[in-house]
Every structure is written in C-alpha cells, then in structure tokens.
Design a protein around this ligand. Structure first.
Ligand SMILES: CC(C)(COP(=O)(O)OP(=O)(O)OC[C@H]1O[C@@H](n2cnc3c(N)ncnc32)[C@H](O)[C@@H]1OP(=O)(O)O)[C@@H](O)C(=O)NCCC(=O)NCCS
Length: 181
C-alpha cells in the first residue's frame, strides 16, 4: 500500500461488491428464520434443529459484547439473504471467530464469498483484528472453497470431531491473518 492508499478510508466499510452488511433487526426474523431453518443450511452449522421465529428474535435482541452480527443484504435488490458474525473478539490476541449462512436459493452466486471478504476486511481495517479463524465440516466443500477464495488457510484437521448424518466427520480449522501485523 502506498501512503495515499493507507490514508484512504472506505466510504462503506461494510459494503462489498455484491452485498452490504447491515444491522440485524428483530423484524428480520419473519423472513430470515424460515431460510435459516432449511435443513441444508443447518447441516453446515452447529445447530441441527430448526428454531422458532421467537428464538431467532431473541438471538437478535441478545447483546453481543464480544462480537458483531449482521444481516447479509444484496446490493441490487436490498434483499436479506443471510447473516454472518464475528464472535469471541479478543483484545489481547486481536482475534475473532467467523460464522456465516446464506439462504439456499442464493448459493453459488458469490454472495457467501463477498460477505466473508467484507466481514474480514471490516475485522482487519475497522476492528484492528490480526487473526480471524473458523471451523468448517470437511464435508462442506462449498464453504471451504468460499473461505479459500477469501484467503483463509487450512491449519489442521480435527479428526471425527463432529457427528452428522449418522457418522463422525472431520472438522477443518481455517484462519486468515492480517498482513498489516
Ligand atoms: C457456505 C456458504 C455460506 C457459501 O455461500 P455461497 O454464497 O454459496 O458461496 P459462493 O457462491 O461465494 O462460493 C461457493 C464456491 O464453492 C463452489 N462449490 C459449490 N459446491 C461445491 C462442491 N461441492 N465442491 C467444491 N466447490 C463447490 C462454488 O462453485 C463456488 O466457488 P467458485 O466461485 O470458485 O465457483 C453457504 O453455502 C451456506 O450458507 N451454507 C450453509 C451454512 C454453512 O455451511 N455455513 C458455513 C459454516 S462453516
């Protein structure tokens, strides 16, 4: 980065090429909860059973002192298509964990990658994080591919660390480091 790039402050730190990340509202629950409860979405997440709309609303309302959770909205239609978050933000190690889900009808259109890239940039450039990590099921090739496109690197495999679809599966640990130190 040259000096002028370093000083340039983006107008929209939470805007990517395809999506904008915006605040979650309790009113998002009606639209987002049924999309979240799709079994194919849940199969990539730790929560394996559908939650009620009230449960979604409660999660939105709960204060997140060590994290940031946002709605993923398309830039073209301003349509809410998922959510992502940084949690467990540590000021000591300047690290956090990343999580994301996108509604199934919107998969494979670049939204997950763009939302991840935007959140990572936000974590590094606005929150001064150094490291962002995540765990992904080894069977979740779509997610692994999206994370690799953003620059996440595989750090290791937790063998048989999850149970899904009647069998134990490996969990892959991935992380991305800020090149600014
Ligand atoms: C993971 C998730 C967020 C990805 O979002 P997305 O919008 O579909 O991702 P993108 O379209 O940006 O990228 C997906 C990439 O995976 C590729 N892909 C899709 N299916 C694949 C497969 N079976 N094997 C390998 N790559 C695959 C796509 O081709 C694309 O890569 P490309 O751009 O090089 O072609 C979304 O699938 C999701 O919400 N899944 C359910 C919840 C979940 O698993 N969350 C992550 C928990 S760790």
């Amino acid at each position: 980065l040259n000096q002028s790039d370093r000083q340039a402050v983006p107008d929209h730190p939470l805007q990517g090429e395809l999506v904008r990340l915006r605040a979650l509202e309790p009113s998002d629950a009606a639209l987002l909860n049924p999309l979240f409860c799709d079994p194919d979405v849940l199969s990539g997440l730790e929560m394996t059973w559908p939650q009620s709309e009230a449960g979604f609303e409660e999660w939105v309302r709960v204060p997140k002192p060590d994290g940031v959770a946002v709605v993923i909205e398309t830039l073209d239609g301003r349509e809410a298509i998922g959510a992502c978050d940084l949690r467990g933000i540590s000021l000591r190690s300047r690290s956090a964990e990343f999580g994301i889900w996108v509604a199934k009808p919107r998969w494979n259109q670049g939204y997950g990658t763009d939302a991840t890239r935007t959140m990572v940039r936000y974590g590094f450039d606005q929150l001064n994080l150094h490291r962002i990590s995540l765990h992904v099921y080894a069977t979740n090739l779509r997610a692994v591919r999206a994370y690799e496109k953003v620059g996440f690197v595989v750090e290791g495999t937790l063998r048989d660390a999850q149970f899904l679809g009647g069998r134990h599966i490996d969990v892959i640990a991935m992380a991305i480091l800020s090149d600014r130190g």
